[in-house]
Write a protein that binds this ligand. Structure first.
Ligand SMILES: [Zn+2]
Length: 296
């Protein structure tokens, strides 16, 4: 089954905020939120957390999949509003979230997002501030969430160097961020922005898990056969996308910007609501062309 909505996925697992900019809530005895979209989504997450947990202060952990602006944007806001909230992510992302240059970029991309999508998320802008990380996570760490609930940390680099995915064994749920690409218009968009080799190895690592629920970034939750099928398709689509970039690099004699223009013209669909604004779509695409051109 493919779900595109907010609310309940299964017992104790919810989509909060907006399904296109989701934060996933695990209502275990020590509740966990996975990812924190753009800054302006903060109040939307808070509202839904209160609905599902009764009080926002019950939330114990916020675990981030990576340090891109549309996954960590609301982290400072949530930390300020929820007393005792502990943020977890990997060591590199923890540094990024406090580094002046990176904070400035995250803030600018958040501001741009509000300009483009204010009709969907509201015009209230919340400036992104540096935020301290409390838990430095690494591959194989298990977070005890009480009552037999655990969350396993899986290092899944390739989309970014700091990408983490989270597996909840009790319900066989995988929260993969963008480490497995994004799904739209019935197709898969690969997201190997830092390394093709790492990205493929990460998907293969996740494909070896027993997955019943695959929570994707930006729009879809896949369950049952759709979840396993997606991971296999993601591997195939990524190989094809790399080949396409290589063909264009040959055709344009290595001119990366021409390759970006050609693929942008073919793939970018501005009618896909909140899929990705033009600026960040181009940032991502440029990064992927560079990865292929330089054999990263
Ligand atoms: Zn990302």
């Amino acid at each position: 089954m493919i779900l595109e909505q907010t609310g309940k996925i299964c017992d104790r697992l919810y989509v909060t905020g907006h399904h296109l900019m989701p934060a996933f809530l695990l209502a275990s005895p020590a509740p966990v939120l996975f990812d924190a979209g753009v800054a302006a989504m903060g109040p939307h997450y808070l509202r839904d957390i209160e609905t599902h947990l009764g009080t926002t202060d019950a939330l114990r952990y916020l675990l981030l999949t990576h340090s891109h602006y549309d996954h960590c944007g609301a982290a400072p806001f949530l930390k300020e509003k929820i007393s005792g909230l502990r943020i977890g992510t990997n060591a590199h992302a923890a540094k990024v979230l406090q580094k002046p240059g990176a904070v400035k970029l995250i803030r600018a991309l958040n501001d741009n997002f509000v300009d483009v999508f204010k009709n969907v998320i509201g015009a209230e802008n919340i400036p992104f501030e540096p935020v301290a990380v409390d838990l430095i996570l690494k591959d194989g760490d298990e977070l005890d969430c009480g009552g037999g609930w655990t969350v396993r940390v899986i290092e899944t680099p390739g989309h970014t160097n700091d990408s983490l995915s989270y597996y909840i064994p009790r319900i066989k749920a995988l929260i993969a961020g963008e480490a497995v690409g994004v799904f739209h218009n019935g197709g898969i968009q690969p997201e190997f922005s830092s390394s093709y080799g790492d990205y493929m190895a990460s998907i293969e690592k996740m494909a070896a898990l027993d997955v019943d629920i695959l929570a994707l970034a930006h729009g879809h939750i896949l369950t049952g056969d759709d979840a396993g099928g997606y991971l296999a398709d993601s591997i195939k689509t990524t190989v094809l996308f790399r080949g396409r970039i290589e063909d264009y690099l040959d055709r344009f004699s290595g001119d990366r910007e021409k390759v970006v223009e050609a693929i942008f013209g073919e793939d970018y669909d501005e009618t896909v609501l909140m899929q990705q604004d033009k600026k960040s779509f181009l940032l991502n695409l440029r990064a992927q062309v560079l990865v292929v051109a330089e054999g990263k």
